[in-house]
Design a protein around this ligand. Structure first.
Ligand code: A2P
Length: 350
């Protein structure tokens, strides 16, 4: 069987990569429809060697569509994906719109593929920073059990969209030219808040809006999504999770410093390294003698999650530190979305 596929948000930083990842995927594609807003209707983009014209999204855009890959913002997903489902499509959504709905599977295919079987037309792709963290921690959880996760993120500008990359570049150039870069800040830390600050030569400890709890919404997502993916319960108490999310002046690929404790205190650093190295989609880059460790400039453009600097907390048995890097636009977004769709096809769930 071949599938009619629609990409919603096709002109965005993630959408363009979805087109490319779909072209490289094992999914048998009959047709591709590229959807965005009226602003970019008429734009021509390539799928394999075909020229495709971007169309403005309407509910009727989804007539005859089997599979929707979407990354056009939460409000756009909320508006259009129920329309697509009504018309018989299965949707893999990269926004946060449906992630916490109890009947919507939240899936990283290497970690919890069976959750796909429970879908009712919409499958949610987790947040970029959550995906790479669970990729590195799931092999450790399976072998040694996890008690607690304390994570600090170093997140790339592209997580806030293509326009945020342009904003970062403009600020960097203005800084080098001795101009005032404050004036350039219109998007970061987040479009959804009142004040904007420059990211170039700076660090912003705010990703998404800040909540009354004291946490940013991104931090909240990392806590609850991790529990939903690993334990199938967003409020599970079996693993304690806390997070600090920071935007750094890097264009592509997030870094994460993760401190975690395991149930089986006999686990050695070598055991942890072996478990991580064995997991599909994860690459162990850990050779301190030769200064080998994951870096954003090397991870950008790759599908894998890179893990290194694994070391014990010598003052606390069963506790370790590690460093994780992945392309937030690929494994963190476009690739994980297309990979979910590949699994749906393989598992006969579309
Ligand atoms: P457009 O190019 O028409 O603005 P990014 O995350 O890089 O900012 O990309 C956002 C994506 O979502 C773009 O493809 C954008 O299309 C699309 N988009 C934004 N608003 C809408 C909307 N109301 N309907 C459909 N697509 C939208």
């Amino acid at each position: 069987r071949e599938y009619n596929v629609a990409i919603l948000g096709a002109t965005g930083a993630v959408g363009r990569r979805m087109i490319d990842q779909l072209a490289k995927s094992t999914i048998p594609v009959k047709s591709v429809k590229l959807l965005a807003s009226s602003r970019s209707a008429g734009t021509v983009l390539k799928f394999r060697d075909q020229d495709l014209v971007v169309e403005e999204t309407t509910p009727e855009s989804f007539d005859g569509v089997d599979l929707v890959l979407s990354s056009a913002g939460g409000a756009v997903s909320k508006k259009f994906l129920p329309e697509a489902v009504k018309r018989g499509a299965v949707c893999v959504d990269n926004t946060s719109a449906f992630r916490m709905e109890p009947d919507v599977p939240l899936v990283v295919p290497e970690v919890n593929p069976d959750a796909l079987k429970e879908h009712h037309g919409i499958i949610a792709n987790p947040n970029c920073s959550t995906i790479q963290m669970v990729m590195a921690l799931e092999p450790i959880r399976r072998k040694f059990g996890l008690k607690q996760i304390i994570v600090s993120t170093y997140q790339a500008a592209s997580g806030a969209g293509q326009a945020a990359i342009e904003e970062l570049k403009k600020e960097a150039q203005d800084y080098l030219d001795g101009k005032d870069m404050q004036a350039d800040a219109q998007i970061l830390p987040t479009k959804g808040d009142k004040k904007h600050y420059p990211l170039a030569f700076n660090l912003l400890p705010q990703i998404d809006v800040l909540e009354d709890s004291g946490y940013s919404h991104e931090e909240w997502k990392m806590i609850h999504e991790t529990k939903k993916i690993m334990l199938n319960d967003m409020n599970a108490k079996d693993i304690k999770v806390t997070a600090t999310c920071v935007r750094v002046p890097v264009p592509i690929a997030h870094g994460e410093s993760v401190y975690f404790t395991v149930e089986d205190e006999s686990a050695t650093t070598q055991d942890i390294m072996a478990a991580v190295a064995d997991f599909p989609g994860v690459v162990l880059e850990d050779d301190i003698k030769h200064q080998i460790y994951p870096q954003p400039i090397n991870a950008a453009g790759k599908r894998e999650t890179f893990v290194g600097r694994i070391r014990p907390d010598y003052e606390n048995p069963g506790a370790f530190n590690m460093w994780i890097v992945a392309d937030n636009l690929l494994k963190g977004a476009a690739w994980n979305t297309v990979e979910n769709a590949e699994y749906l096809v393989k598992m006969n769930l579309i």
